[in-house]
Design a protein around this ligand. Structure first.
Ligand code: 13P
Length: 232
């Protein structure tokens, strides 16, 4: 995929659509948040401080893993996008947003425990909160990588959330799930700290999710060992 190939221009259009849906679904607001997608040469990333509704596909910035870029000034968070894409060869998309409930928990540096089975959608028994560091710094990137170990999502202390995916759709899906789960957790906390599901149950949940490609999960074809599609 060269920088001017039809595939690349399709990718730019899809990426802008996901940026706008990040705001229209209510998981982000204003110019907060940023998205990157792996390409053959490096990655495409949203420019810094440009409103999504006036952004055009050509405004998306091509970067390589050395941190050099072509086009507009890249997102201030290019370091964590670069470092996550470099380290996590299992995913292709990094989505960061300031969704309200996930950020509410992040303001208290709370980890989301297995109070609900859907915590398993991020790949483990909890969704961790990365330690606070100034936006745009290497320290924030280092903290995010620690919180994302063996997970596809994390909260960012006093900042927001990061969700990862093999595709743009799957990253957006996960970010919405993390936000929904955060909202339920904030609500559940009003009645006291809820009980958590034991680790062996969460292991079953995570295995079941993997096997069935549970939820939207467009990353893989799911199988369901009870019901089978009927051929007409
Ligand atoms: P950018 O506009 O530079 O991507 O910054 C938005 C943001 O959310 C910083 O964390």
């Amino acid at each position: 995929m060269t920088s001017s190939s039809p595939d690349m221009s399709l990718l730019r259009t899809e990426m802008l659509d996901i940026c706008r849906r990040m705001n229209s679904t209510g998981i982000n607001q204003g110019t907060a948040g940023n998205i990157s997608v792996r390409t053959d040469q490096g990655f495409l990333i949203t420019p810094s401080s440009l409103p999504y509704d006036t952004m055009t596909p050509d405004d998306l910035v091509e970067m390589d893993f050395n941190g050099t870029y072509i086009g507009r000034r890249p997102s201030s968070e290019w370091r964590f996008h670069r470092d996550i894409l470099k380290e996590r060869t299992d995913i292709n998309v990094v989505l960061h947003c300031h969704s309200i409930y996930a950020t509410t928990l992040a303001c208290h540096h709370k980890t989301i425990p297995s109070f609900h089975y859907m915590t398993g959608v991020a790949g483990g028994t909890d969704i961790k909160c990365a330690g606070y560091a100034t936006f745009g710094t290497q320290a924030l990137s280092d903290n995010a990588l620690i919180a994302l170990k063996d997970r596809k999502a994390c909260l960012l202390g006093q900042h927001g959330q990061i969700s990862l995916g093999k595709s743009l759709e799957s990253a957006l899906w996960l970010a919405i799930e993390v936000e929904t789960l955060s909202r339920i957790y904030v609500q559940a906390l009003t009645l006291g700290e809820p009980p958590v599901l034991p680790d062996d149950e969460m292991e079953r949940v995570i295995e079941q999710m993997r096997r069935m490609s549970y939820g939207h999960a467009p990353d893989a074809e799911g199988i369901n060992d009870i019901a089978r599609p009927r051929n007409n």
